[in-house]
Design a binder for this molecule. Structure first.
Ligand code: GUN
Length: 321
């Protein structure tokens, strides 16, 4: 069912604008931290190899870290780097007091196992929230560092729906460790009824049509069609897929949701680009600020929700302990 005659299309969830506001807030907090406590958060980003998409992400992270007034430490390692060398660097960064956050850009080359690398990062510096201490705490309702993309999804949902999501049915399509599983955990903590689904789920369209909140992170362009959407639903499209435009031959970015169709039925929807993507880096800055404050035993300036919690305040509001 489309919107009734005369009804507007879905509200765009303006990730770009919310991200800009969040970055500006972090920059103000960083300035207070420097003035009042002489602490400047530092983020180390490690890139192994020369994957073009990863290079773009890392460049954007560096630029925005510096713009927020933080220190950025960048490590570019060759494609042939051994697991041992990477572990050695992580050990050094764990011990470096100027570094409050460590991010190893994924994917890694095949000779390096992801699990030992993520486990080697000090959990208090794990601004990705991928260490098993943080993933465990997230599921157990403890004080976790929340992964950036899932935190971005929750902030975007709350931006349009308010922060009372209790009782809503959230369907999460895609069950990766980076997005799907932690998003499901966060929405469960927000008292949604959560269904995790994936590409093998039977009758996925019918399930999706029961969702008040639909989060899609499958990495395949146009997977979710317009007739999968419940009228008025909030749709969060995490996908970033490069496709060739048939008329111009140029590449463009699209999400996992067939946007032109979905916006006719959804109540609110994130665009791609300009939705989840920009918010993800803003959440990385929030996590780095939080990590720096925690490591110095300081409250996050101007954020009472985060002051007594090692978890980022925005995503921690619904924590059950
Ligand atoms: N590659 C794609 N997304 C991410 C992310 O959120 N963190 C890291 N470290 N690598 C990624």
């Amino acid at each position: 069912m489309n919107h009734p005659e005369g009804m507007p299309n879905a509200t765009y969830i303006e990730g770009k604008a919310l991200a800009a506001a969040t970055r500006a807030r972090v920059a103000r907090q960083v300035a207070v931290l420097a003035t009042e406590y002489s602490v400047t958060p530092g983020l180390a980003v490690v890139l192994v190899g020369a994957d073009p998409a990863s290079q773009v992400y890392v460049r954007n992270k560096r630029r925005q870290t510096i713009q927020a007034g933080m220190y950025s430490f960048e490590y570019n390692m060759p494609e042939t780097t051994s697991e041992e060398s990477l572990l050695q660097l992580i050990e050094e960064l764990n011990a470096d007091p100027r570094v409050h956050g460590i991010l190893v850009q994924l994917p890694l080359p095949p000779q390096i196992r992801v699990a030992p690398v993520l486990s080697a990062i000090d959990p208090s510096k794990d601004v990705d929230g991928f260490h098993e201490v943080n993933t465990g705490r997230l599921w157990n309702g403890g004080n976790a560092v929340v992964p950036c993309t899932p935190m971005a999804c929750q902030m975007l949902i709350e931006h349009v729906r308010g922060d009372d999501l209790a009782g809503l049915h959230a369907v999460v399509i895609g069950c990766s460790n980076i997005v799907g599983k932690p998003v499901a955990s966060l929405l469960l903590r927000a008292e949604c009824t959560v269904t995790m689904a994936h590409i093998k789920t039977r009758d996925l369209p019918a399930l999706a049509r029961t969702a008040d909140i639909l989060v899609v992170a499958v990495g395949r362009a146009g997977t979710v069609r317009g007739d999968w959407i419940k009228p008025g639903a909030t749709v969060i499209d995490v996908g970033i897929n490069r496709v060739e435009c048939s008329s111009s031959g140029k590449q463009r970015l699209v999400g996992d949701v067939a946007f032109a169709e979905a916006r006719k039925t959804a109540g609110a929807i994130t665009p791609v680009p300009g939705g989840v993507g920009p918010m993800t880096i803003a959440c990385l800055l929030l996590n780095t600020l939080g990590a720096a404050c925690r490591q110095h035993g300081l409250p996050v300036p101007g954020d009472p929700a985060a002051a007594d919690s090692p978890t980022n305040g925005n995503a921690a509001r619904h924590c059950a302990t």
